[in-house]
Design a protein around this ligand. Structure first.
Ligand code: MG
Length: 194
């Protein structure tokens, strides 16, 4: 008799990793939380689970926000809502990996708030997504509480609760180590090897 899963445990395992989730699903009974789960395709589940219904928590596990222009799609200058640049490989691979991992990805773009979006932008966007990711990615121009992270070429990441810009802090540390290295070289240089 397998122990009954709680929704809290289920969500935790699902958020942790594939392996943790698969292990959890294999070692627990879902009957107590059955009505809170939705069936989905889980290709990664081991074949011995194929006879069981496949499911995922309906509670949002959070989503990755990805900007379009300059982040996921090449951008040089504004060409209109109909035009979306070629996918940027490194970012597109990241998005594909999330999708393969059943993680939710939403495109966060100001295009969505354009008054002409529905008439001019929506259809080209859908085709662009289908061509490059095999599905139409949800699109929004706003955050909500479930947003895990936001990938954006204009965003500047600050350290939580400090206001420190991480990019500036990284540069400061590089400068500091470089100065120490120079000092070290100077002191070593004063010693004759012979
Ligand atoms: Mg951008």
């Amino acid at each position: 008799m397998l122990p009954e899963a709680t929704l809290e445990e289920f969500n935790k395992a699902q958020a942790l990793s594939h392996d943790a989730f698969v292990e959890f699903v294999e070692t627990h009974s879902m009957s107590a939380i059955w009505d809170q789960l939705d069936p989905v395709e889980f290709d990664f589940l081991p074949t011995r689970l194929q006879h069981k219904p496949r499911y995922i928590s309906r509670v949002s596990q959070g989503w990755h926000g990805v900007d379009l222009d300059g982040t996921l799609a090449e951008y040089d200058h504004w060409r209109g809502l109909e035009h979306i640049g070629a996918p940027i490989p490194a970012m597109a691979r990241r998005v594909s990996a999330w999708l393969a991992n059943h993680e939710e990805v939403r495109i966060v773009t100001a295009r969505f708030g354009d008054p002409q979006w529905t008439q001019q932008g929506r259809e080209p966007y859908a085709y662009w997504c289908l061509k490059n990711f095999g599905r139409v990615l949800p699109i929004t121009d706003r955050k909500d509480y479930a947003m895990i992270d936001l990938w954006d070429d204009r965003a500047v990441q600050v350290e939580k609760n400090t206001g420190v810009a991480l990019v500036e802090e990284a540069q400061r540390q590089r400068d500091e180590w470089e100065a120490r290295y120079e000092t070290l070289l100077g002191s070593v240089g004063g010693v004759s090897p012979g």
